[in-house]
Design a protein around this ligand. Sequence first.
Ligand SMILES: [Zn+2]
Length: 214
Amino acid sequence: MVGPPGAGKGTQAALLAARLGLVHVASGDLFRDNLKRQTALGKKAKSYMERGALVPDELTVQMIADRLGQPDAAEGVVLDGFPRTRQQAEALDRMLAKMGAKVDATLYIDVDRDEIVRRLSGRWVCSAASSHVYHELTNPPLVAGQCDIDGAQLVQRDDDKPETVRARLEQQLPPMFEVVDYYAEGDVLNTVDGDQPIEDVTEALMRVVGQPVR
Ligand SMILES: [Zn+2]
């Protein structure tokens, strides 16, 4: 599963995995799980993180290989959160080839850049109570700029401001497009329109992979 932040990759990956009877492998969860269980791979990863170094792609790929080797993953997995760069995609392919496996389908959830900014920058938090959280699109306050519960002013964190989100996307999108191009070259890319309701995105994804791929 590939897509920009705010595309709902995690949600869609979980829905798809459930409907296809596959395992949802979120690379972030995999990482946390290996650290928590103090596996050999988790310890190795920790040693990089403690030095403030990036965890090498090969190590993440080994965690995925390890997960793929478990019995519940025999039918395959929906991979989410990895690869994020072309180098990672190549490392993943090398590992899968060694296992006699491959990426059957890459699902790219395509969302218009302005829509991503709207989704990611719509968060407003109450100035009186930080647990009172609103979103312009999904959970707007009754009166703009004002908390429904206590009437206090709503403020936007710097991280949630459109200009900050735009600057972050300038960094995040180019590597993602390289991943998209890589899979297009490999002829496994399926693009789904992400500018529609969650259920419609799921249906579109199911039309791509609803049939057994082998
Ligand atoms: Zn409030």
